[in-house]
Structures are given as structure tokens and as C-alpha cells.
Design a protein around this ligand. Structure first.
Ligand SMILES: C[S@@+](CC[C@H](N)C(=O)[O-])C[C@H]1O[C@@H](n2cnc3c(N)ncnc32)[C@H](O)[C@@H]1O
Length: 255
């Protein structure tokens, strides 16, 4: 059984379309996981994934790589705070914001904290989506280790979290600012009229074709003047063709 057979079978059991992800990287990751799990070929690996929920879960985690951080790349968050928000809030009563590929919630919680500090009451519930249901459950639970919240300044940590066992749990007030939802960026419909979209460290494993399609769809999802905030290795080369213009490194405004 070859690669095409595997991605077709895998799509049936997981609803994840691996053909949109870069093949060499994916193939390497999948083959190494498969061997470690004790399967010698794709057919026995698929059987194993169907039979063993734990292996299946570990495999999804291995594939989707959901590492995240609060205020990841702090300098980019400074740009968001000091340069981008002022432009966005002009002539808008309440910002519509989307964290796409939000993983375990560090990104939308960081956003919610920043927005609540800067423009309380002037933003709608933040939409936070991911393809992986389990990371969304973790995000909703809102429990983070002391190490995970290192990027949150002390006064904000006190204000938005409380101690829970060894870790920190987000306060309900903060959680209430966010709606977590399952959403596949390759398949599902995008919301409209968005002021700000964060899609960071998600497309790294996508093919160029899938990336371009995605950025086009983000451009359609933004209102004119809305901004797309991307990850630190993710410049958009054909931004102009998609109706986006760079307003600062890693920030693109819809014309
Ligand atoms: C490395 S995390 C990024 C988390 C956060 N945006 C950040 O920068 O810290 C990548 C996330 O993208 C999600 N993802 C991968 N493919 C996706 C897809 N097709 N649709 C939606 N989310 C996807 C993964 O499940 C994972 O949680």
C-alpha cells in the first residue's frame, strides 16, 4: 500500500486531508511514528490506528504539532498593540477577531487579555478554532503549567488567572471572552467581515498550493482595512495578488 492509499484511508478515519500538507515532511513524520508504533507498513498502521484510540491520539498530536505559547514572539505582539489596534478600531464599534489554528488556547487567551486591557467592551467574542478537537478541550479547560504562563506579565497573571494545584487556571471572566470551535481551514467555511485574523505557525506544513488558497480565503474573510497576523517564518509572497498589503513585518492589511 502506497502513500496515496494511506492518505485516502487516513482521511476516512480522521477527516484530515494530508494531501494539502507538504509530503516530504509528513512522510518522514508519519514513517518514523509508524515504525515506533511497531507497524511495518501502511496497511497494518491503519489497522492499528483504527483499533487503538491511544495510538490514534498520539499520532494526531504528532502530526498536528500543537506547541504554543502565551504572547509568542513578544515583539510582534508589541506591534499589534502599538501600531495595529489603532488602525483597526477607527470607525468600528466592536472588533471581530479570529485566532485560526489556536491549539491549546495560549494565542486566543493572550489576545483576549490584550484586547480587554486596551479596548474593554469594544470587541466581540473572539473566535478561536482548530482542526483538533482535543486541543480545543484543553483550551476550554484553561489550565496551564507555571512554565506555560511565563510569558504573561505578573499583574496580568494575577488579574486573569488563579492558582489551581501546581498550575494556573484562567478565570471565567477571561474564558467568557472566547468561543472555541472546531474548524478545518482546508475545508470549512470562513467567517466574514473580520477585523483581525491571527493564523500563526499553522501553515508551515502545508503545500504552497494549499497555503495560497488559505491566504486567499483569509483575504476574503477580512473586511477592507482588516488585518491578517501571520507567524514569524510566514511572509506572504503574493500578497498583492490576493488584495493584501504588508503594513508591518508579519501583518497584512486588506485593501
Ligand atoms: C503549532 S500550533 C499553532 C498554535 C498558535 N497559533 C501559535 O502560533 O502558537 C498549529 C495548530 O494548527 C492546527 N492545524 C493544523 N492543520 C489545521 C487545519 N487544516 N485547520 C485548522 N487547524 C489546523 C493544529 O491542530 C495545531 O493546533
Amino acid at each position: 500500500m502506497n502513500w496515496d492509499w494511506f492518505i485516502d484511508k487516513f482521511q476516512r478515519i480522521s477527516d484530515i486531508d494530508l494531501s494539502a500538507y507538504k509530503r516530504p515532511q509528513m512522510e518522514r513524520r508519519i514513517n518514523s511514528f509508524m515504525r515506533q508504533a511497531g507497524a511495518n507498513d501502511y496497511a497494518s498502521f491503519i489497522k492499528l490506528l483504527e483499533a487503538d484510540k491511544q495510538v490514534y491520539r498520539r499520532f494526531i498530536e504528532h502530526l498536528t504539532i500543537n506547541v504554543s505559547e502565551f504572547f509568542r514572539n513578544p515583539r510582534h505582539w508589541d506591534v499589534l498593540q502599538h501600531q495595529i489596534f489603532n488602525r483597526l478600531i477607527k470607525n468600528r464599534l466592536a472588533l471581530k477577531v479570529w485566532s485560526a489554528g489556536c491549539s491549546t488556547g495560549e494565542e486566543p487567551y493572550s489576545l483576549a487579555i490584550m484586547l480587554n486591557e486596551m479596548i474593554p467592551g469594544k470587541f466581540r467574542k473572539i473566535l478561536a478554532t482548530d482542526i483538533d478537537r482535543e486541543v480545543l478541550e484543553k483550551a476550554k479547560a484553561g489550565l496551564f503549567s507555571a512554565r506555560a504562563v511565563q510569558g504573561v506579565p505578573e499583574p496580568l497573571l494575577k488579574k486573569y488567572f488563579h492558582h489551581d494545584g501546581e498550575g494556573f487556571r484562567v478565570r471565567d471572566k477571561l474564558k467568557s471572552l472566547i468561543t472555541f470551535q472546531r474548524h478545518d481551514l482546508l475545508k470549512d467555511r470562513y467567517p466574514l467581515d473580520m477585523d483581525l485574523i491571527l493564523c500563526r505557525n499553522v501553515v508551515i506544513y502545508f503545500t504552497e498550493e494549499a497555503k495560497e488558497k488559505l491566504y486567499g480565503r483569509f483575504a476574503d474573510s477580512l473586511r477592507p482595512g482588516g488585518v491578517l497576523f501571520v507567524g514569524s517564518t510566514e511572509q506572504i509572497f503574493k500578497a498583492g495578488e490576493l488584495g493584501l498589503k504588508s503594513v508591518s513585518t508579519f501583518f497584512y492589511e486588506k485593501a
